[in-house]
Design a protein. Structure first.
Lengths: 354, 345
């Protein structure tokens, strides 16, 4: 027979877990501290003291996703990968993360543990420590059980300057893997369509480390998440051309031409998109980078990326060229040789209805 | 995808240099395929592809949007809609703005989701925004069938269903000077290519049924060039389309729906171009008849665009006031819309 205290122990999140009292303390101890344990977190102070370093990258992101757990990942893995990958885009080595949780009363604690364990495992994989955090509990309003915010700090090695403003003529654009898998995975689960597609949620530390350690000159790098490749490439090119314009180089704008046949897309995701009339170029990813390097370095960079974890399907997908038109643009040479402008995503990128 | 020899021959064929040729792709999915594959950039300068009235969102009148918003104001009511419709302007705001004000409006991917929701929440009423053409009608028929089987009385449809032959007849009657049609692949899969035979004879114009891959669209354009106005109905989409169509689906539609006059956004009334729930199933109807008011802004030229009277770029709002982020007309909202796709090119 179970002891009294064990029987009384709540197995779901209740408002008392957010009270700041004993239940809050035990939730922190049993769920978060247990999983994230490290010397900085174990100080258990109101703010973590970190070992100092020079140039820092700092970012934050919140995660709201349904379903919470899906093929290839869960909201916890996303919360770590999203922030780690954002730090990587500036060439930073991710070091420390914060994790803040908004929990809905009624959430099953076993689900919370699963998510937190997955965060811990992903943090270990990425080589970051989760050093401070917060928990709030809110009444059940149907928000889906859990919202996570993570913030992260990364250290930028000397001499590294990675930014979309550095994109130059004759740059190669490398995509580190297949497009649209995360988005297709979640959509298929929400729509109850049987599918083998798994989310690509992954920390891309090894890919970036290999490039930086080999001295590859990375001009710009972006995490290809919401809005998809089409939106991200437009934003990058806008920054590059905006910088050129402000420097008085308006005769010197850049176009980016990508090749449809070079875009890595898995057969399963391609079939799924075909079925629903979705365009993989506007679908979200959680483990893909768009990386601009000088064309002369493209082959070496591609080799390094393909040798890294999560980089095996990398491709050079296009190049920057002097702009021909009045307004610089991202365009795509299609499989049949046509030319199509790639605009940023407008609306929500929804399945067609007939 | 490497080039195949026949693709090169196709590309050669569509670089046509003869007299002006005005062709229409009726279906919004073809419009999207043309823009996504950059097909316009490969055509000879004298081929004019016109995007027709086959985008369901684009031809839905403002009264319909207004009615949905009105229904959404009832506390026990949930509106279920396909995504594109949410952003279409009604005469006073869109479903998206009604949702932001607190109405329970949910985006769904399939009408069948409605059955699950209605079973789980018997105290709520679920109204499905049932827009579409011949292609989507069988799904709504299946929805009613499922609701009847499950004994559910909390499902309603607000329908705005339209049919193609009537609309194409209208276009041709108006002497829009269209010299060939890419027939809508999905409509043909359901109703068969035979529905265009009479129109082809009557107006002496060719129809080519095609699928939605780049190759299929190129083949259809090349076939229309070769037919050069001969009144024939060709089927290039044999994997999905037959002359007779899917008789089971057609039967299911006729069991629950009957033909009637319909009002098309920006165009007006077209005889025998709509589908309405039959009298014996009127319990499922949330008030679909009589939604004829169309308060699209006068400055919006969507109606002239989708009948081929003007090109999207001739509309003074196009690309300046009216963009995908701030659509004035429905054709700029939908992923299948004529203006949305021209803007993307």
């Amino acid at each position: 027979m179970k002891g009294f205290s064990q029987m009384e122990k709540p197995k779901i999140i209740t408002m008392s877990h957010g009270s700041g009292g004993a239940d809050s303390r035990s939730l922190i101890g049993e769920v978060f501290e247990r999983a994230f344990s490290n010397p900085v977190l174990s100080q258990m102070e109101d703010a973590a003291l970190l070992n100092g370093f020079s140039k820092l990258a700092f970012t934050t992101d919140s995660f709201v996703v349904q379903p919470l757990i899906f093929k290839g990942g869960d909201i916890g893995r996303l919360a770590v990968c999203g922030t780690v990958n954002d730090l990587l885009t500036r060439g930073a080595r991710p070091r420390y993360l914060t994790a803040a949780f908004i929990l809905e009363e009624g959430l099953d604690i076993s689900v919370l543990k699963l998510i937190v364990d997955s965060m811990a495992e992903t943090a270990r994989e990425a080589g970051v420590d989760i050093v401070t955090g917060d928990t709030k509990v809110i009444e059940n309003k149907g928000i889906g059980g859990i919202i996570i915010n993570t913030a992260g700090i990364g250290e930028i090695p000397g001499g590294i300057d990675i930014s979309s403003k550095n994109i130059a003529e004759q740059d190669a654009c490398i995509l580190t893997g297949t497009l649209g898998d995360h988005h297709a995975c979640l959509l298929s689960k929400r729509m109850d369509i049987e599918s083998e597609i798994a989310s690509d949620a992954a920390p891309l530390v090894e890919i970036v480390e290999r490039l930086i350690d080999s001295g590859i000159e990375i001009h710009a790098m972006r995490d290809v998440t919401r809005g998809g490749l089409g939106t991200v490439l437009n934003e990058m090119l806008d920054t590059a051309n905006g910088t050129r314009y402000s420097m008085g180089k308006e005769q010197d704008m850049l176009d980016l031409v990508i090749e449809q046949d070079s875009l890595p897309i898995s057969q399963a995701t391609s079939d799924f998109c075909g079925l629903l009339g979705l365009d993989p170029i506007y679908m979200g990813n959680e483990g893909k980078m768009a990386i601009f390097v000088p064309d002369s370095k493209a082959e070496e960079a591609l080799y390094l990326i393909r040798g890294a974890k999560y980089g095996e399907n990398a491709q050079v997908i296009g190049h920057t060229v002097p702009s021909k038109g009045h307004s610089a643009r991202v365009c795509m040479r299609t499989s049949i040789g046509g030319l199509r402008t790639i605009r940023p995503l407008a609306g929500e990128g929804l399945p067609r209805i007939c | 995808m490497p080039f195949k020899a026949q693709d090169k021959a196709l590309l050669e064929a569509i670089r046509y240099a003869g007299p002006d040729l005005r062709l229409m792709e009726i279906c919004g999915s073809h419009t999207a395929a043309i823009s996504k594959n950059g097909i316009r950039s490969l055509l000879g300068p004298n081929i004019h592809m016109i995007s027709g009235p086959g985008c369901p969102v684009c031809v839905t009148v403002t009264a319909y949007i207004d009615k949905l918003i009105e229904l959404s104001e009832n506390k026990d009511t949930v509106i279920l809609s396909f995504g594109d419709l949410l952003r279409v302007p009604g005469s006073n705001g869109s479903l998206q703005t009604a949702k932001a004000r607190g109405a329970d409006i949910r985006m769904v991917y399939s009408p069948i989701e409605c059955v699950k929701l209605a079973q789980a929440n018997p105290e709520m009423k679920f109204i499905f925004a049932a827009i579409g053409f011949e292609t989507t009608a069988p799904v709504y028929a299946a929805l009613i069938e499922s609701a009847l089987e499950a004994g559910l009385n909390n499902i309603r449809l607000l329908t705005s269903l339209k049919t193609m032959p009537g609309a194409v007849n209208y276009l041709l009657e108006k002497k829009s000077n269209i010299q060939g049609f890419i027939a809508p692949g999905h409509v043909c899969a359901v109703n068969g290519t035979h529905i265009f035979e009479e129109l082809s004879r009557k107006y002496s114009v060719p129809f080519v049924a095609a699928g939605f891959s780049a190759e299929q669209v190129l083949m259809a354009i090349a076939a229309l060039i070769r037919l050069n106005g001969q009144p024939k109905v060709l089927n290039l989409y044999g994997e999905a389309v037959t002359r007779q169509g899917n008789e089971k689906a057609v039967y299911a539609v006729h069991r629950y729906f009957e033909e009637g006059e319909a009002v098309w956004r920006g165009i007006g009334e077209i005889e025998a171009s709509g589908l309405y729930l039959r009298e014996e199933y009127s319990d499922f109807d949330a008030g679909s008849r009589g939604l004829i008011q169309d308060n699209s802004p006068d400055s919006c030229k969507c109606g002239e665009v989708i009948v081929g009277e003007i090109d999207s770029s001739d509309c003074p709002l196009f690309g300046t006031v009216c963009t995908p982020n701030n659509p004035i007309g429905a054709c700029m909202v939908s992923e299948e819309g004529a203006c949305f796709n021209r803007y993307l090119e």
